[in-house]
Ligand binder design. Sequence first.
Ligand code: ADP
Ligand code: ZN
Length: 767
Amino acid sequence: MKLPTAQQQLFETAPPPWEIDDAECRWIATLVLPTGPDQEFDYLVPDELRPRLDVGQRVRAPLGRGDRAVVGYCVRLEHRPVGRRPLKAIREVIDERSLLSSAMIRLTRWMAEHYLCPLGQVLEAVVPAGVRGKAGTKLTTFLSLAPEVAGRIKEVTTGLKLSKKQAEILRYLAASPEPVTPVQLAHRVGCTQGPISKLRRKGLLSSRTSRLHRRQLAGPPAEREDNLQLNDDQQGALDAILEPLRARRHETILLHGVTGSGKTEVYIRAIQEVVSYGRQAIVLVPEISLTPQTRQRFRSRFGRVAVLHSHLTDAERHGEWQEIARGEVPVVVGARSAIFAPTPQLGLIILDEEHESSFKQDSAPRYHAREVALRRASAENVPLVLGSATPSLESWHRGATGQYRLVSMPRRIFDRPLPSVIHIDLRNETRDHVASGAISRPLHAAMKAALDDGGQVILLLNRRGFATHIQCAACGHVVRCPHCDIALTHHREGSIALCHYCDHEIPAPTNCPQCQFMGIRYSGLGTQKLEAEVRARFPDYGSLRMDTDTMQAPGSHERALAAFRSGEVQILLGTQMIAKGLDFPNVTLVGVVNADTALHLPDFRSAERTFQLLVQVAGRTGRGPKGGRVLVQTFSPDHAAIRAALRHDYATFAAEELPHRRELAYPPFGHMSRLVIRSPQEAHAREFAAHLGTLITQCLARHEAAARVLGPAPAPIAKLRGQHRFQLQVQGDDADAIRAALREATQDVASPDGVQWIIDVDPLDML
Ligand code: ADP
Ligand code: ZN
């Protein structure tokens, strides 16, 4: 066929589909690199590798002028014509099986887009290191008969004068339905490795190496527990989950159930239904809730439960991952990253304590497991359940606007009353000079009454250490960390002053480092000092402190809770670690030593955090027949968050807080992103932050995105680990336009030496 020149040229660059000669098509793999340039690269797939390659596997391929070998994830595999540019070929396939389904690759693409993070970095975060490194597996050789030998054993044996053993080996392999390892072969034929090696050297055997997984020993089987009789509220909540589940459609159910309303029992019943379909459920809980109590609770109802917590070794994690991927595990319980569990047939996702900030990852990709769960659930057409006694205002707002279905469980099991919460006004206590130490007279009296009555007490103080600052009474100098913009905390153990951000420590000073005055004062209250006071006030009772200082050894958390459960210890005191999830019926008093610790932080969520912490810790009492009460010491009894917490009144808290958020366009109204720029040189950080700010403003204008850029300003923690920190905050309504502008502004920007920066989309950490 003769074509006019113009058309001919057109066809040379892009022939129409009916003109494509199939012979010109080749298999082309698109790779994404875990590090390095954030772009996709096309490679030819050599014919011999094609049968072994699938989307979601990693390969080795040459990159750049020097053909440096790099590892890349195959994210696309197509049979299509090769363009004009010559393509390089893949050299090696690394993984035997795909690490990421197509659905998971779509999810990672969404994460990369949403959180403005390179796709390669997201892929590395989604596949656990133990899986990538094939931890706990052994490279093993498998032997079979060489193809040339098959069917000609007699001929070969006589022709090559093989020994009897060697002939026997060939016959065994000819009859074996699958390849065997050299050790298995020697064992079955009853020979040494000698004749096997000789056959291999003669080229009569084929060998291939592959990974063999060391099987994990499952934990001891848990005692089986029977289902409880659900009350009406629980049944209502269960029905709300079962409806979309049975209809095979996605819906998000926000389960607002007060502490002790029996949410876990509802989860378990919904999961039972999922399991009965042969599908899998993922349950996300905060890391701190992955206690033996939780594990036991799930294991007693479901035979096989994968529990993914941070103390797993790489090999254990890899083992669990493989079993989940094979569909052998019906229930996965885990912290944040369990949202990426490779369940082949997902049926349901549950996020318990959905308001917990630990669901947000604080390194790139800075994803929030709740948002990823929402994405995954909707893509896989399964329900998502968000449960909490104190939902995040983001979720509450989505419930109120109909994006989520709101289901309430406003009563406790057996209609047990919520504990009465009363406040103690520390202003009066201080003015009247009646208080000595951290425990006011009314709190002391309540503790004494509870203990005399055989009850147990929980005391919350959200500050660790002994004294929280060390100040000179003569010159006013406060001892600070030289690397971080923060006062050092006195720890009596070891007599040190410690930085709670970078662990920098110095011997606790006896005189002022500035003016040498001897009267340096240790003031402010930490859990260590509270513990000393409790021991002095209640010498006849056992007390135990739980904070990150005392809970470092593996298993210490479990041991502490066991001691409290057994009644060996009557007073449990500690940081927010003790505020969450614990279910001890004999706790008849909760004391909050200072409700205001988080109230005045420069963070727009400080009221919400304070409310959540108070309601959650109050929820630790009144769980048994003896009832319980809560005393809250505060300097701000009139603060809306504290007043609402005293009445367990979530709805009022939300109704009062949301208008403030709306007024200032804070989440859940409008989008927020935060950039933090840091450098050892203050001026470098400030200048680069200003440069980024200008670029962002320009790009926002180009995208016609109505948004404001706040800053650059010093971050609330202006210096951390020797780095000066500046921040930019971008807020506005049109999230997509803002994201596009931010992507454009930051795409090719190169920071000067020593300056580093991060971008945090939907930030939770504002310090
Ligand atoms: P939440 O998670 O809502 O705080 P839990 O699920 O921990 O509440 O339940 C509180 C307690 O009530 C647990 O000890 C649980 O075993 C018990 N419980 C839950 N549902 C029932 C029920 N229907 N009947 C009796 N006890 C129940
Ligand atoms: Zn420091």
